[in-house]
Design a binder for this molecule. Structure first.
Ligand SMILES: [Fe+2]
Ligand SMILES: [Fe+2]
Length: 164
């Protein structure tokens, strides 16, 4: 039973749930990549696609809703600038993974590097950005959670509709 107000579900805890989910998916990929079974190849492709879809939707809701609100609320916006640059780099790797013709060692390497990169990015969000967001005045993170959840649902539906 949460005893502090901080424990109330808010925008940050929703975003962090996404972070934990992709961490799990990256771990599952790592396990699959270790097994050399031929069947692993299709599973790896499916898992990589799932990771890319989750990350793309997550990045969109941060860029459309969370980051702009932080820019308004915080005096120092360096963290948001850096996060947006990191998103651009991650998107580049995501595109390389989605466009890759073969599930080979280079494919594994791209997924591994993306995982490490996201790990770093998530640590900065969790340990710095979320702390500042929760301390900021005039930022209704509880209401923002609803907005993020609704937009996420919309984008996920768009994505699954796009796959024949
Ligand atoms: Fe982010
Ligand atoms: Fe994030």
């Amino acid at each position: 039973m949460p005893t502090t107000k901080r424990a109330q579900p808010d925008a940050c805890s929703l975003l962090d749930a996404d972070h934990r989910l992709v961490k799990k998916l990256f771990k599952a990929y790592e396990e699959l990549a270790k097994s050399k079974a031929a069947i692993a190849s299709q599973k790896k492709r499916d898992l990589a696609n799932e990771i890319c879809a989750e990350l793309s939707v997550h990045a969109r809701i941060e860029e459309e809703i969370f980051y702009p609100a932080l820019r308004e609320a915080l005096r120092e916006t360096d963290l948001v600038d850096e996060a947006e640059v990191e998103h651009a780099t991650a998107k580049d790797l995501i595109a390389q993974i989605q466009e890759a013709a073969e599930v080979d060692d280079m494919f594994d390497a791209k997924v591994t590097v993306l995982g490490e990169y996201i790990d770093h990015h998530v640590k900065e969000e969790r340990n710095e950005m979320f702390v500042k967001a929760r301390a900021a005045h005039g930022l209704d993170l509880v209401a923002m959670r609803e907005e993020l959840a609704a937009r996420k649902e919309e984008l996920m539906a768009e994505l699954s509709g796009a796959i024949p």
